[in-house]
Design a protein around this ligand. Structure first.
Ligand code: MEV
Length: 385
């Protein structure tokens, strides 16, 4: 987006003017940005209990992203300096190719816990025998999703041995289209659970979605060329990566740098960042059987000696519903990003996470992290002073 080049050098007024012109923002949208997103107290009051106010976070734009050949501007809501600059720099350094990304369909997992099962083996056999019947009912209960290409897909059972005896967990797989899916899934589980209890001669306990959305994975990849970042840097970078792989204290911080990018886009677009955090860390703890908590990203050298970085994680995010309808800037952020589906948004989020991880590791393995951070702190003090 050449019209946005040097965006960071412009004044706030100039940035807003360019944004309005290039993305054809309405006057209302511009006013919204000028009022720093102001969520009215009345709206805030409809969202949570015991409302007394609202808090604001800066909203900024990460530049230079090219995802699957299309240039993208990525909105980020974050209070920490250097995250947006870091993402923009990482994105610039992998141009002209940019990132490639892919996202699975929006399949969420819902769980029903069955306890006091009279005969667990027989209960599982019965559910298998009644599969077609259960699916007909399940599809009926998720009919509202059909017009969006969603609905229940299938289910499976898992027997777990616990300190309180054997339990059966029924996993339902539901395509929730462009929604996050929590409400849809939980409502569906509550409606179908009496039938499941009856067939299994058991008692139903929990009925809730899983935040480990492993059927809703997103992947992103980029190549940072040795001619651009230097062979020596690549070697140092790979040392830093090994540190994260082999020391959980470092790995937590390494993944925190990834979540800097991920959470900032998740927040800007009105999504549930706690769900994303829970899913990301549960995935990092289980993706490599027996090894324990590990990096969400992967780095290696390709046959040309260039640095290939990739990320894969579950991402339950939405472009419709929930707080997106109430938070005034969420829709605008989605417009700026040009996200037409939850897959588009998921891919941008994954690229931001990879970019921020690259940026942190690049800085840490070369100049040290404080240099960039300090410049911004200095600016803040200037403004204060
Ligand atoms: C700071 O918010 C994030 C970093 O600590 C990430 C990292 O160490 O990789 C710089």
């Amino acid at each position: 987006m050449s019209n946005f080049s040097g965006f960071y050098k412009l004044s706030l007024e100039q940035r807003l003017a360019i944004l309005k012109k290039e993305l054809s923002l309405s006057d209302d949208e511009l006013i919204l940005l000028k009022n720093s997103g102001s969520l009215s107290l009345e709206s805030a009051n409809t969202m949570i209990e015991n409302t007394i106010g609202a808090i604001h976070l800066p909203l900024g734009l990460a530049m230079n992203f090219k995802i699957n050949g299309t240039e993208k501007i990525i909105p980020m809501a974050i209070e920490e300096p250097s995250v947006i600059a870091g993402a923009s720099k990482a994105a610039k350094l992998c141009l002209p190719d940019g990132f490639t990304a892919s996202a699975d369909p929006s399949i969420m997992i819902g769980q029903i816990q069955l306890v006091n099962v009279k005969n667990p083996k027989k209960a599982i056999e019965t559910l298998n025998a009644k599969r077609d019947e259960i699916l007909v009912l399940a599809k009926k209960l998720t009919e509202s999703l059909t017009k969006y290409g969603g609905g229940v897909q299938n289910f499976k059972m898992k027997l777990i041995e616990t300190n309180r005896g054997e339990m059966i967990i029924v996993y339902f797989y539901v395509n929730v289209a462009d929604a996050m899916g929590a409400n849809t899934i939980n409502t569906f589980l509550e409606k179908i659970s009496p039938t499941i209890a009856e067939y299994t001669q058991s008692e139903v306990r929990l009925r809730i979605l899983s935040n480990l959305a492993t059927k809703r994975m997103v992947r992103a990849k980029a190549v940072w060329k040795k001619e651009i970042i230097g062979e020596e840097t690549i070697e140092k970078f790979l040392d830093a990566y090994e540190f994260a792989l082999n020391d959980v204290y470092r790995c937590a911080t390494h993944n925190k740098g990834i979540m800097n990018g991920i959470d900032a886009v998740v927040l800007a677009t009105g999504n549930d960042w706690r769900a994303v955090e829970a899913g990301a860390h549960a995935y990092a703890a289980t993706k490599e059987q027996r090894k324990g908590y590990t990096s969400l990203t992967h780095y290696e050298k390709d046959e040309y000696g260039d640095l290939v970085g990739s990320i894969e994680l579950p991402l339950a995010i939405a472009t419709v519903g929930g707080a997106i309808n109430t938070l005034p800037t969420a829709k605008l952020a989605l417009k700026i990003l040009g996200a037409k589906s939850s897959q588009d948004l998921a891919m941008a989020i994954a690229c931001a996470g990879l970019a921020n991880n690259f940026a942190a590791m690049y800085a840490l393995s070369t100049t040290g992290i404080q240099e960039g951070h300090m410049k911004l702190h200095a600016r803040k003090n200037e403004i204060k002073g």
